[in-house]
Design a protein around this ligand. Structure first.
Ligand code: PBG
Length: 327
C-alpha cells in the first residue's frame, strides 16, 4: 500500500546529495570566447552581451591575466580587423589582428590554452564565411576556394603561436585541408577542434553584433545546418572524424542537447565540446536584469545540463562568472 522503494531517501542529506551527484561542473570545463579589435586602449561594451567587450590588445592582455588567475584553462579568440575586404585578407596575414593578439598573450601568459576561430565572416566585407561567388541572382560560398584560404589562415595562426585551431565555417573538407596545411608546415602537433555540427541559428544574433559579422546579403543556410535535422549532424561528425578532427563541437548548445547526446553516444572516445552561444547568454542576462530569474542558479543549471547531455567542455561567455561563483 505504501511504496517501499523511496528515492527521496537519497535526497534528504546535503552531503549525500553531493556524493550521488552524477554530473560535475567546474571552471576547468570552460573555455571563454574573447573579441579582440584593432586600436589602442579600447574596451567597448557589447550591448546585447552584458559583461562582454571588444578589447584592444593592451586590454586583452590584462583580461587574460585575470582569466588565468580564475583557473579557466583556455580562451578562443575572435578578431575584428581594421579593414575588411572581399577575401578577408586580414585573417591570413601574419600581422592580422588575431595573430598579433596570440603573440601578445603568449608573451604574458604562455601557459593559457589559446584557441582561434578559423573562419572568414569577421574579416570579409560581405560577412560570409568564405569566398563568395555570384551567379545570376544567386550567391554562394565557393567551398574549394575557401579551403585554400582556410589552410593559409590556420597556418598563420599556428605560426603566431596558437595552441589549437577551431574551424567554424562548415565548409566540406575543411578539417582535412587544415590538417594537411598544418602538417606540411611543421605543425602536426597542433590539434583541431571542429565545429562539426553547426546549425544555422537565430541564437548567433548578439555575436554578429559583437563581431560585426552579419551577412550583408543572403544568409548562412547554404553552409550551416537546418535546425530540423539530427541525422545529418551525425554525417557531419563522421566526416570530420574521418578527416582527423581531434575534438568535436556541437553548436548552439541548448536547443541541441539531443545532438550532443547522440554525438557522445556515437563517438564516446572523441572529446566533445558544446558552444553555449551569444543568444543563449543574452537571454539569461536580459531576464536576470529584469529580476525575472536568478542568474547564478539558472546559469549553473544550464551549464550542468549541457555537461549532463554529454559535453566534456563548454565554450561559454559565462565562464568568468562561473569561476567566481564556484571558486
Ligand atoms: C563564425 C562563428 C559564429 C559564431 C562563432 N563562430 C557566427 C556565425 O556563424 O554567424 C557564433 C558564436 C555565438 O553566437 O556566440 N565565425
Amino acid at each position: 500500500m505504501f511504496p517501499s522503494v523511496r528515492l527521496r531517501r537519497l535526497r534528504r542529506h546535503p552531503q549525500l546529495r553531493e556524493l550521488i551527484r552524477e554530473t560535475q561542473l567546474s571552471p576547468k570545463d570552460l573555455i571563454l570566447p574573447l573579441f579582440v579589435r584593432h586600436g589602442q586602449d579600447k574596451k567597448i561594451p557589447i550591448p546585447s552581451m552584458p559583461g562582454q567587450f571588444q578589447l584592444s590588445i593592451d586590454h586583452l592582455v590584462r583580461e587574460v591575466r585575470e582569466i588565468d588567475a580564475l583557473g579557466i584553462p583556455g580562451i578562443i579568440l575572435f578578431g575584428i580587423p581594421e579593414k575588411k575586404d572581399a577575401l578577408g585578407s586580414d585573417a591570413c596575414s601574419d600581422s592580422g589582428i588575431v595573430q598579433q593578439a596570440i603573440r601578445a598573450i603568449k608573451d604574458t601568459n604562455p601557459s593559457l590554452l589559446v584557441m582561434t576561430d578559423v573562419c572568414f565572416c569577421e574579416f570579409t566585407d560581405h560577412g560570409h564565411c568564405g569566398v563568395v561567388h555570384e551567379e545570376t541572382g544567386r550567391f554562394d560560398v565557393d567551398n574549394d576556394a575557401t579551403l585554400e584560404l582556410l589552410q593559409e589562415q590556420a597556418v598563420s595562426h599556428a605560426r603566431a603561436g596558437a595552441d589549437m585551431l577551431a574551424p567554424s565555417g562548415m565548409m566540406d573538407g575543411m578539417i582535412e585541408a587544415i590538417r594537411n596545411g598544418l602538417d606540411e608546415f611543421g605543425y602536426d602537433h597542433l590539434p583541431i577542434m571542429s565545429y562539426a555540427a553547426k546549425y544555422s541559428s537565430g541564437f548567433y544574433g548578439p555575436f554578429r553584433e559583437a563581431a560585426e559579422s552579419a551577412p550583408q546579403f543572403g544568409d548562412r543556410a547554404s553552409y550551416q545546418m537546418d535546425p530540423a535535422n539530427g541525422n545529418e549532424a551525425l554525417r557531419e561528425v563522421e566526416l570530420d572524424v574521418g578527416e582527423g578532427a581531434d575534438i568535436l563541437m556541437v553548436k548552439p548548445a541548448l536547443s541541441y542537447l539531443d545532438i550532443i547526446r547522440r554525438v557522445k553516444e556515437g563517438w564516446p572516445e572523441v572529446p566533445l565540446a558544446a558552444y553555449n552561444v551569444s543568444g543563449e547568454y543574452a537571454m539569461v542576462k536580459a531576464a536576470a536584469a529584469n529580476g525575472w530569474i536568478d542568474e547564478q542558479r539558472v546559469t549553473l543549471e544550464i551549464l550542468t545540463s549541457i555537461r549532463r547531455a554529454g559535453a566534456d567542455m563548454i565554450l561559454t561567455y559565462h565562464a568568468r562568472d562561473v569561476a567566481r561563483w564556484l571558486n
